[in-house]
Design a protein around this ligand. Sequence first.
Ligand SMILES: [Fe+2]
Length: 387
Amino acid sequence: MVEFSFAANRKIIFGMDRSSEVVPHLKKLGGKILFLSGRGIRNSEKWVSFVHSLESEGIEYIHETVSGEPSPEVVDSICDSVKAEKIAGVMALGGGSVLDAGKAAAAMLTEEGSVMEYLEGVGSKEPSGSTLPFFALPTTAGTGSECTKNAVISSPGREGFKKSLRHDHYIPALAVVDPGWLKTLSPSVMASCGMDAFSQLLESYISTGASPVSDALARQGLLGFINSFNTLLEGRASDEDYGAIALGSCLSGLTLANAGLGTVHGIAGVIGGLTELPHGTACGLLLPGVMKKTFSALAETDPNAPVLEKIRILMVLSGESPADGIAAAGMLTEKLEEWGRLAALPSLGRMGFPEELIEKAAADSGNKNNPYAFSREERLKLIREVF
Ligand SMILES: [Fe+2]
């Protein structure tokens, strides 16, 4: 009999131009809000109208901007700057980095000491799980942080790290997903973020930790990408396409939080700790190679492997007629390669990843919940192929 557990937000509001529906929820908190956002977004009309909706309802807030992936110092300094105030809740509007900074700040405003002390694999303290109410409004379609239980905190450099502050209670109480924000993004940001979300969906769909609930959500998200990502990469997306990608990203957060990820993220996370390369681009580069090898290795042991059957079902639902799971896996990997070409992802080397760190990236990375375990040599080959 099947067994699983599944954690999710208390509420998700999804729809075009529905961002201001966060306001009644902020009002209910009955106090001052810590409001984090990115910098770039503040030039858009949508931002002006969002801030107007807060102010016209008398929401009192302290605004801070976050740029780049949050470091422990950034999280600590945000918390220090508002500790004297009585903060009732935290709201973050932005990409994954802004959302992660908000998630970490909401938790750390209730804990003692630096966030470093609570990071997985770095600190010595367990997070208690206590957090201020946290509301997440994503403006990119990438990390799915609006639905995950972890905040990624980075300290990039040769001795650097990319680690998580994690607890089931850190899943944002409310996620307001408004696909209208995606229209403010450049095509290259859209492509890189989308590759991250798609990797998360596919890795959790084939994960050894998948459940019937995560499978249903991952499949829905994957189909949205298969139907809409091409038009988006070609710059002719409709509202429906923006909606499908924003939904895919949000679902990827739920599936990764409950089913886990695989070798793409096992390597991309380490690359992101060593250098400041865009996470989604690293995922997009590694994805075809990881999937090709995973599918072929599974097919060698068992042509009817359950993972291949899941891929067959996915491709049938997308309108294809694969003869079997192996043929379906071939169709899917072709699609991934096509997206890579359309997105014109630069190689790791061109993005500035130092060649002398390739060995270290292969040695330090892992396979997470990938259904095929890559050896260190195989991971080395994968990284070299996209260098
Ligand atoms: Fe990711």
